[in-house]
Design a protein around this ligand. Structure first.
Ligand code: AMP
Length: 628
């Protein structure tokens, strides 16, 4: 049997959540069913000796506080002395083991090491990956925080070994994030990158310097110039601040004693429910300007409250500022790193669920003066990067797309469902293009921007990369908004689409990595398809554009006709109306079946409508000059 290339997976072994990912010819992807890919880093030891790992363990942690081990990562490779403060916060018992190490003491009397707990999580991920890939996975790249010392790294390797996984490399989490964005794998010059990682319970900021490979086939080297952060700062703090606000108001509503503002005064179930409410409100406010909650208080009473984004931002300001102070500290440290003269950042990467908060993004952008990378899911980016490293080591990365050129055209859907290409395939990166668009309907207050990839002329035959809305526009007549859409593919292959409506100043943007999910074979297929359909596609695109423009003509001419029609000579009016009817008929036919319409005939009909409307336009201009 030919020796199959051995698969190596990438694992993000996190404090709260863990994930496993793999690299194939379409790029890195997280393994597991949607909703099940993220495994809570929680392990419950049951009395019968069995263990429960993941979601179920997390969900029932309140019921089994001393049997459910969460945050084991905080104890990895540390002595009891190191973690004394930490231990006071954890609901389970911690004792001293061999060599002064911190161990978990279970109610059954059993003592387990943090490595054993982590091994349960790794075993779970190994099984998940083996299931998904249909082979037994034996090797993994595992990520750790950049500040982990040798003992903590060794403990992580040991956890792998206990789980039956050979940890072929330990990679720093910020380095993995950079790899996920393709930094260091292309031919780009040395890059300096800040990785801002704000999760539920921890905050890390790392400044990396990427030194590109000198020889073909070697990988770039990432040097950690500086790290800073806070091991007890994260989204959980915001949840608690919101809970305190709710409790204070509930107490006032029910006229209860002051001690009830303290969450400790409630039973664990109520506490969990309150935190759940708070987290849901927080999440909604990342997308919306306001969110409402209603909490039943019994006796037909309820606490109802709308929280606005402004209010939440006021609560979050000191919290965000603490992260920014740590960023400033990391930048100062990086500047003092050996061999460094000045730090000029090329990229800022966001990691961790809390970086979905718009205020966090804005503040990070303002501090570093760079628009951060957000194209990848901040919960998955570290695992994806671990998979890239794993793929480099297994050889799977050799099939990956080279990103020196844009492999397929990039554009947006225009009115009528056509694809307007802004950057054509084969363009070298970095590539940039800007085009102006407008609206086709009066009073539109929101414009949808649908980003597409492909060679065909119609949106329905292209690959959708995502969509976003430019909303909050003041109502304007059709055609008046001036929408500038800018596409930028940077040297790492990350596409940023920015939309800017010039009259109102409104802006919105989207970031994606177009090469993810795309293999060489798929690109070849798409190119062949587009050649096959080229003629038909061109005609259809032309007809769609004619329909859109003809509709605008009909609208304008119709409006002027209603206003000044009585001033037109009768024969002129009759001819104009006949042509209007003709074009109207062609639009209707084209919308029913574009193939039934001859594009040249349509074009000619539209031209003669334009000619027939000249007189009406002249009257309109004359009348408006007279002050009408
Ligand atoms: P992580 O530790 O990276 O999994 O991040 C988890 C944290 O991200 C939790 O505090 C979540 O509440 C927070 N989070 C996840 N999604 C959002 C969102 N859409 N808006 C605000 N916070 C979020």
């Amino acid at each position: 049997m030919p020796a199959a290339r051995e698969v190596i997976v990438g694992i993000d072994l996190g404090t709260t959540n863990s994930l496993v990912a793999v690299l194939d010819e379409t790029g890195p992807r997280v393994l597991g069913e949607e909703g099940d890919a993220i495994v809570p880093s929680a392990v419950r030891y049951q009395d019968d000796g069995s263990v429960v790992v993941g979601r179920e363990a997390r969900e029932r942690a309140v019921e089994f506080p001393r049997e459910t081990i969460t945050s084991a990562k905080r104890l990895m490779g540390r002595s009891l002395d190191d973690v004394r403060e930490e231990a006071a916060q954890l609901p389970y018992d911690i004792v001293e083991g061999e060599g002064h190490t911190a161990r978990v003491h279970l109610p059954t009397g059993r003592v387990v090491s943090p490595q054993e707990v982590s091994a349960e999580i790794l075993r779970h991920l190994k099984a998940k990956a083996s299931d998904a890939l249909g082979i037994e996975v034996r090797k993994a790249v595992v990520t750790v925080p950049a500040y982990f010392d040798d003992a903590q790294r060794q403990a992580t390797r040991d956890a792998g070994r206990l789980a039956g996984l050979e940890v072929v490399r330990i990679v720093n989490e910020p380095t993995a994030a950079a790899l996920a964005y393709g930094l260091g794998t292309g031919k780009g010059a040395a890059r300096t990158v800040a990785v801002y990682d704000l999760g539920g319970g921890t905050f890390d900021i790392s400044i990396l310097r990427l030194t590109p490979a000198e020889n073909e086939g070697e990988t770039s080297f990432f040097q950690v110039l500086a790290t800073s952060g806070d091991t007890h700062l994260g989204g959980d703090d915001v949840d608690l601040a919101l809970v305190r606000l709710f409790l204070r108001e509930i107490r006032e509503l029910l006229e209860l004693p002051e001690s009830l503002t303290d969450l400790e005064a409630f039973n664990p179930q109520t506490r969990r429910a309150m935190v759940g409410f708070a987290e849901a409100v927080k999440h909604r406010l990342s997308d919306e300007r306001a969110a409402s909650i209603r909490i039943e208080l019994g006796n037909n009473r309820a606490y109802e409250r709308t929280v606005t984004r402004d209010e939440l931002e006021e609560i979050m300001t000191p919290w965000v500022e603490r992260t920014i102070e740590a960023c400033a500290e990391a930048m100062r440290l990086a500047e003092r790193a050996p061999g460094v003269e000045t730090i000029e950042l090329d990229a800022v990467i966001l990691v961790g669920g809390s970086t979905r908060v718009p205020m966090v993004r804005q503040r990070v952008e303002a501090f570093f003066g760079l628009s951060p990378y957000t194209a990848l899911d901040p919960d998955r980016v570290v695992a994806l990067g671990a998979a890239v490293q794993a793929g480099i080591m297994s050889g799977a990365a050799s099939g990956m797309l080279l990103l020196d050129v844009v492999p397929l055209s990039l554009g947006i859907e225009t009115q009528g469902g056509a694809m307007a290409k802004l950057i054509v395939s084969g363009s070298t990166v970095p590539a940039r293009a800007t085009e102006m668009f407008s609206t086709s309907v009066d009073g539109q207050t929101s414009i949808k921007i649908h980003v597409l990839q492909g060679e065909r002329e119609m949106a329905e035959h292209c690959r959708s990369l995502g969509e976003f809305h430019l909303s909050g526009l003041p109502p304007m007549p059709a055609g008046i908004p001036q929408l500038a859409v800018e596409f930028l593919v940077d040297a790492s292959g990350v596409l940023s689409v920015r939309a800017h409506e010039k009259r109102s100043g409104k802006r919105a943007q989207l970031q994606v990595i177009p090469s993810h999910g795309l293999s060489r074979a798929e690109i070849d297929r798409i190119e062949a398809e587009s050649l096959k359909h080229a003629r038909e596609d061109m005609t259809r695109h032309r007809i769609v554009d004619l329909v859109v423009n003809a509709k605008l003509d009909l609208k304008w001419i119709g409006e002027r006709l209603a206003k000044y029609g009585s001033k037109l000579e009768p024969e002129n009016r009759a001819s104009l109306e006949a042509r209007l009817a003709e074009v109207q008929g062609l639009i209707e036919n084209a919308e029913l079946d574009w193939k039934a319409v001859d594009a040249d005939a349509f074009y000619a009909a539209k031209q003669s409508l334009d000619e027939a409307s000249v007189r009406l336009q002249e009257i309109g201009i004359a009348e408006s000059l007279r002050g009408d």
